[in-house]
Design a protein around this ligand. Structure first.
Ligand SMILES: Nc1nc2c(ncn2[C@@H]2O[C@H](COP(=O)(O)OP(=O)(O)O)[C@@H](O)[C@H]2O)c(=O)[nH]1
Ligand SMILES: [Mg+2]
Length: 206
């Protein structure tokens, strides 16, 4: 089935986009989510591009038996859009029974720069399940040096996962929740320790 037919049938697999800064926990969250979806017999494809970390992430996932399509082409912000579009289209055309596409962009990418490529593949913005991973050990960094990127990311996110609960005090978790609420009131927020199971509520989210 080609992507045109998919468009007619409106059966595109949702794209789950894991956004967040480098080291925040995107890969960890992505792997946990695949585990969760696979256990529910869902078929997933993964697109990742981690500048400087591609080898490590890809090997990890291949060892776990997952199909990983590499996206090369340098900096995701400037050169990847075409490649991302081609990759998503390739998935839509060649893997007709996909239930989900999971995408981990580089931690350096502003997620807004990725949307046009995905939308060019026929997706509506609301079909992009953007999960922002909020590392509460780095609140100061978000607040000071990366405020604009943080704001842009939160504004595009469909939900936020505040992770590393095991590494921070309750007051830091509350500060993280407040930051999200101040930026986008009402945004769905999960709190998780990703060394542990995904919270049950997240299982029902997709
Ligand atoms: N203690 C703890 N470590 C975490 C959690 N989530 C992620 N990590 C660790 O944080 C580091 C960066 O995670 P990774 O998924 O590679 O981040 P990415 O760069 O955003 O893909 C890894 O060492 C993870 O094991 C968490 O909830 N608790
Ligand atoms: Mg990663």
């Amino acid at each position: 089935m080609c992507s045109k037919n998919r468009e007619l049938l409106n059966d595109r697999p949702p794209i789950i986009l894991f956004s967040g800064f480098l080291g925040s926990g995107k890969t960890t969250m992505l792997l946990k989510t695949i585990e969760m979806l696979s256990a529910a017999d869902k078929k997933c494809a993964i697109i990742i591009n981690e500048i400087g970390e591609v080898g490590i992430d890809n090997r990890q996932m291949r060892m776990m038996g997952y199909d990983v399509l590499d996206l090369f082409g340098g900096c995701v912000c400037c050169t990847m859009k075409v490649t991302l579009e081609a990759t998503v289209n390739h998935l839509l055309e060649d893997y007709v029974d996909l239930d989900y596409i999971l995408f981990e962009p580089s931690g350096m990418a502003n997620p807004s720069s990725l949307y046009p490529a995905i939308i060019n593949c026929g997706y509506h913005e609301k079909e992009i399940q953007n999960v922002f991973i909020f590392d509460p050990t780095r609140i100061a960094l978000y607040e000071k040096r990366m405020k604009q990127l943080f704001n842009d990311s939160i504004n595009l996110a469909r939900c936020v996962v505040i992770n590393k609960l095991d590494q921070v005090r309750e007051s830091e978790i509350e500060a993280a929740v407040k930051m999200v609420e101040a930026t986008k009131p009402g945004l769905k927020t999960f709190k998780m320790d990703l060394n542990d199971e995904l919270v049950q509520e997240f299982h029902q989210y997709f």
